[in-house]
Ligand binder design. Structure first.
Ligand SMILES: [Ca+2]
Ligand SMILES: [Ca+2]
Ligand SMILES: [Ca+2]
Length: 428
C-alpha cells in the first residue's frame, strides 16, 4: 500500500503538526489499517508483576487526526507462517528455531488476540533472534506511538528481549535500541525491567531489556522520535550460554501518529522572492503602483534533514516536493551539499519524494549547507524554487556501558504545540 503524500508542503520546524506518510515495502498488504481507534483490548487478565495499564487514548493536537501507520494481529496466517512484511533472522542460531506465529504452548496464554501471536523460544544456549517488520516511512510525524502486547518468560536477568529501530538517519542505518540517545524513543509504559548480565555470552549483555516473567500479556507503549522518518522495527530476543525460559510472544502491534487534516497551506518561502499580492495596496501619492511580481514557481521542496543534528556522515537525503516531479529533468547534480553535487537521484512515492544519494558523504563536522538551485528540475506545475537549508553534524561518541541497576525512567512525552492554521477544516 502506497499512499501518495498530500499536495501539501511543509517545513517541519515551522509547522510540526503536519504529517505525511506512506509505506514502501514488500508485503505491505499485511499492514491493515484499523481506523482511528487504537484501543487494544486488555485481555489475558492473569495476575502480573507489572502494573496494570490502560492503553492511552492519544490526543492529537487540534487540526490533526490520529491515524494508524501499521497494525498487525498475526491472526490472518496459519502458524508457523509469519504475515507478509515480517521477517525472521537468527544472527546467532543455536537451534534452527526462528520467530514464527504460534497458537499454543508456553508462555501462556498463547495469544492476546486469538488465535495467534508471534513467538520465539528461549533456548539454553546463546542465541540472537530477530523479528523485523518492513520499512515504513513517516513524514512530518507528530506524536508517533508504537503499542504492542507481549507475554514473556525469559531466564531472569540472563535472557531478554529488546526493541530496536533502523533508520537512514540513525547510526547509518544500524539497528539501534529504541531508547538509545541516538534514537530518542522512550517508553510511555511497559518499558524494560531488567539489565542483562555480562560475562555469560548474551549478545545484549549489559543492556536494559525485558526479562523474567511478565505473568501474561502486558502493554508496552513506545513514544517514537519525530526525527525518524523511515524505520524498520526489530524485536530481538537474546539468550546467554546457560539456562532457559519459556519464550516471548508479541501480539496486537499498532503504530499510530497524528496527521494534519487541514487544507493545503501556502508554501513558506525562505528566500527573498516576493509573493504577488492580488490587490496592490492603494497609494495616496503620485508614485506608480508597484508592478505585481510574477507568480513564484509552484514547486517547492523541503527536507526532513533541515535543522536536525546528525551523528554520522549522511549519504542519503530525502527531499519532499510540493508537486509531482518530472523525472526526466531530475538528476543527482540537482542537489548539492557543501558544494558537492549528489551522485544519484531516485523519484519515489508517486513523484513527490526524491532520494538523493552520495557515493561518499559530503558532510563536515559542524554546520552543513544543502542547496537546490532554482529550476534544477521541473515539477508538473513549473520549475522548482530554490531550496537552501542547513543541518549540523556532530560525530558520535561511544556510549559507555550502562552500569545503573534501575530501569530507566520513561521520559514525559512532549507537549503538543499545535501551529496556527489559517482556516479551520470541517471534519467529514
Ligand atoms: Ca493475535
Ligand atoms: Ca539463558
Ligand atoms: Ca536537473
Amino acid at each position: 500500500m502506497i499512499t501518495n503524500p498530500r499536495d501539501t508542503f511543509t517545513l517541519r520546524r515551522v509547522r510540526p503538526v503536519v504529517c505525511l506518510l506512506f509505506f514502501v515495502a514488500a508485503g505491505i498488504a499485511a499492514f491493515v489499517a484499523i481506523g482511528p481507534s487504537r484501543t487494544i483490548s486488555a485481555q489475558g487478565g492473569q495476575p502480573s508483576p507489572f502494573a496494570a495499564v490502560s492503553p492511552a487514548t492519544p490526543e492529537c493536537p487540534p487540526g490533526s487526526d490520529l491515524i494508524t501507520v501499521l497494525a498487525d494481529t498475526f491472526d490472518g496466517v496459519t502458524p508457523p507462517t509469519l504475515p507478509a512484511g515480517w521477517t525472521a533472522t537468527n544472527a546467532i542460531d543455536p537451534d534452527g528455531i526462528f520467530w514464527q506465529t504460534s497458537n499454543a504452548g508456553v508462555p501462556s496464554p498463547p495469544a492476546d488476540s486469538p488465535p495467534n501471536a508471534a513467538w520465539i523460544n528461549d533456548p539454553p544456549i546463546a542465541g540472537d533472534k530477530y523479528l523485523d517488520v518492513g520499512t515504513f516511512f513517516i513524514f512530518e510525524a507528530w506524536w508517533a506511538q508504537l503499542t504492542f502486547r507481549h507475554n514473556f518468560n525469559l531466564q531472569s536477568g540472563f535472557d531478554g528481549g529488546v526493541l530496536e529501530i533502523s533508520s537512514f538517519y540513525i547510526n547509518n542505518g544500524a539497528f539501534t535500541d529504541i531508547t538509545d540517545p541516538a534514537v530518542g524513543g522512550s517508553f510511555e509504559t511497559g518499558g524494560y525491567n531488567a539489565i542483562i548480565a555480562t560475562g555469560t555470552g548474551s549478545p545484549i549483555a549489559g543492556r536494559h531489556a525485558w526479562s523474567g516473567n511478565s505473568g501474561g500479556f502486558i502493554t508496552t507503549i513506545v513514544n517514537l522520535p519525530t526525527l525518524v522518518i523511515d524505520g524498520k522495527l526489530r524485536w530481538r530476543m537474546a539468550s546467554d550460554n546457560t539456562g532457559s525460559g519459556e519464550g516471548w510472544r508479541i501480539d496486537n502491534i499498532t503504530l499510530t501518529e497524528c496527521h494534519f487534516n487541514g487544507p493545503p497551506t501556502p508554501t513558506p518561502t525562505a528566500t527573498a522572492t516576493a509573493t504577488a499580492t492580488a490587490t496592490p495596496t492603494p497609494t495616496v501619492t503620485a508614485t506608480a503602483s508597484p508592478t505585481p511580481t510574477p507568480t513564484p514557481p509552484s514547486c517547492s521542496v523541503t527536507s526532513e534533514v533541515c535543522g536536525i543534528v546528525v551523528t554520522f556522515p549522511l549519504t542519503d537525503y530525502f527531499v519532499e516536493a510540493s508537486d509531482v516531479v518530472n523525472a526526466a529533468t531530475l538528476d543527482g547534480g540537482d542537489f548539492i551539499v557543501n558544494g558537492t553535487p549528489a551522485d544519484d537521484a531516485v523519484l519515489i512515492s508517486g513523484g513527490h519524494l526524491i532520494l538523493f544519494t552520495f557515493n561518499t558523504s559530503p558532510v563536515i563536522p559542524g554546520v552543513n549547507a544543502m542547496h537546490i538551485p532554482a529550476g534544477a528540475f521541473n515539477c508538473f506545475k513549473g520549475p522548482v524554487a530554490e531550496f537552501t537549508c542547513t543541518f549540523t553534524y556532530v560525530p558520535n561518541t561511544p556510549t559507555p556501558t550502562p552500569t545503573a541497576t534501575s530501569t530507566p525512567t520513561p521520559s514525559p512525552r512532549p507537549t503538543p504545540v499545535p501551529r496556527a492554521r489559517p482556516t479551520p477544516h470541517p471534519r467529514p
